[in-house]
Design a protein around this ligand. Structure first.
Ligand code: NAD
Ligand code: TYD
Length: 350
């Protein structure tokens, strides 16, 4: 084994795609998936690569310092790609402290453990922190987030991610730790937990349930297919200079209502429903408090410096995503039974 890489949050949505990519592309690496399996973590997401000889799963909670230290001692990783997080804005509004624990304390625990085992011998070592464009706050109708945009987070989620970004940068500045950061826009694709807009609507369209649109539906997000994010992470982890930050996005802005209408159109075709059927499920509901109007990424730096480009158009990515959910109904049933029902009631039926 040439290198041992920790991927935290590898049983979650984006993490599982990063794990799969690294396990398959780098047979010489030992890829250790460190995940506590919260409601969002699911070993079914890793089932297809679980038997690979270069893959290991370790169930551990990054907020537990002793467990984190023990794992670093056991494996002595050369690199960390850190995705474990509480990731849903609505949940952060109901329970901010959980976000501080995992996103801030958890990140600092990982930084400390890496710093201790690397003990100033930084050659060949790297801590890649995976973050979000939400740290920059909200845009008006014009403009794009660049790597130089000031941080101005609004939700407890984005505030906790911003804090974690600052800690990662502080460890580079203070201790010389070799870090890289990526700040990505909204992802969509297979394996996304149906609390986020796209899989929630796919699930509800399949089940003929209302499609809840917050406020006037004119909020705008920049959507990127998850496998293109995984490819960007692979590229930055291997090719970027230390201390660099890269914004990642799809140059693909949609107002929520238009996106949901497009989803309805494609789903009607795939489900053999009369055109316009699913759109009737659209229901405007109470707005999210502090709802950010618009996110949009300027991904010029990663394109020009590292040659990254999205591999699919939005129409292709959305079709692949819908097909995956239709082909994996059991996955959807499994993750929406039990606690999901309670969450859904509290979030949408109050
Ligand atoms: P997710 O919620 O699907 O998965 C998070 C994973 O982290 C789960 O497997 C969960 O079990 C694990 N986890 C949570 N708390 C943990 C803890 N205390 N210890 C160990 N593991 C824990 O999240 P995602 O959407 O895949 O996002 C992954 C990362 O990418 C996050 O850091 C998120 O901030 C960032 N990000 C997400 C998006 C997006 O659109 N989803 C966009 C940009 C950046
Ligand atoms: P989401 O998928 O939660 O991602 P984020 O809040 O991180 O951008 O939401 C995407 C957009 O969709 C956001 O503007 C909120 C909106 N939204 C709804 O209108 N209804 C919903 O049920 C959800 C979950 C989101």
């Amino acid at each position: 084994m040439k290198k041992t890489i920790f991927i935290t949050g590898g049983a979650g949505f984006i993490g599982s795609h990063v794990v799969r990519r690294l396990v398959m592309r780098y047979p010489e690496y030992r890829v250790v998936n460190v995940d506590s399996l919260t409601y969002a973590g699911n070993l079914e997401n890793n089932a297809d690569i679980a038997q690979y000889p270069n893959y290991v799963f370790e169930k551990a909670d990054i907020t537990e310092n002793t467990a984190v230290e023990a794992l670093f001692d056991k494996y002595l990783p050369d690199g960390v790609i850190h995705l474990a997080a509480e990731s849903h804005v609505d949940r952060s509004i109901s329970n901010p402290l959980e976000f501080v624990m995992t996103n801030v304390i958890g990140t600092v625990n990982l930084l400390n453990a890496a710093r201790r085992i690397w003990s100033n011998k930084w050659e060949g070592k790297r801590f890649h922190h995976v973050s979000t464009d939400e740290v920059y706050g909200a845009l008006g109708k014009e403009g794009l987030f660049t790597e130089h945009t000031s941080y101005n987070p609004h939700s407890p989620y984005s505030a906790s991610k911003a804090a974690s970004d600052h800690f990662v940068k502080a460890y580079a500045d203070t201790y010389g730790m070799p870090v890289v950061l990526t700040n990505c826009s909204n992802n969509y694709g297979p394996n996304q937990f149906p609390e986020k807009l796209i899989p929630l609507c796919i699930h509800n369209i399949i089940n003929n349930k209302p499609l809840p649109i917050y406020g006037n539906g004119k909020y705008t997000r920049d959507w990127l297919y998850v496998k293109d994010h995984a490819a960007a992470i692979d590229l930055v982890f291997h090719k970027a200079r230390n201390r660099e930050t890269y914004n990642i996005g799809g140059f693909n802005e949609w107002q929520n209502i238009n996106l949901v209408k497009e989803l309805c159109r494609q789903m009607d075709l795939k489900l053999g429903r009369v055109a316009g059927t699913s759109e009737q499920l659209v229901t405007y509901v109470k707005d999210r408090p502090g709802h950010d109007l618009r996110y949009a990424i300027d991904a010029t730096k990663i394109k020009e410096e590292l040659g990254w480009n999205p591999s699919v158009t939005f129409e292709q990515g959305l079709a692949l995503t819908i097909d995956w959910y239709l082909d994996n109904k059991e996955w959807l049933v499994n993750v929406t039974s039990g606690k999901y029902q309670q969450y859904y009631k509290e979030q949408y039926e109050r």
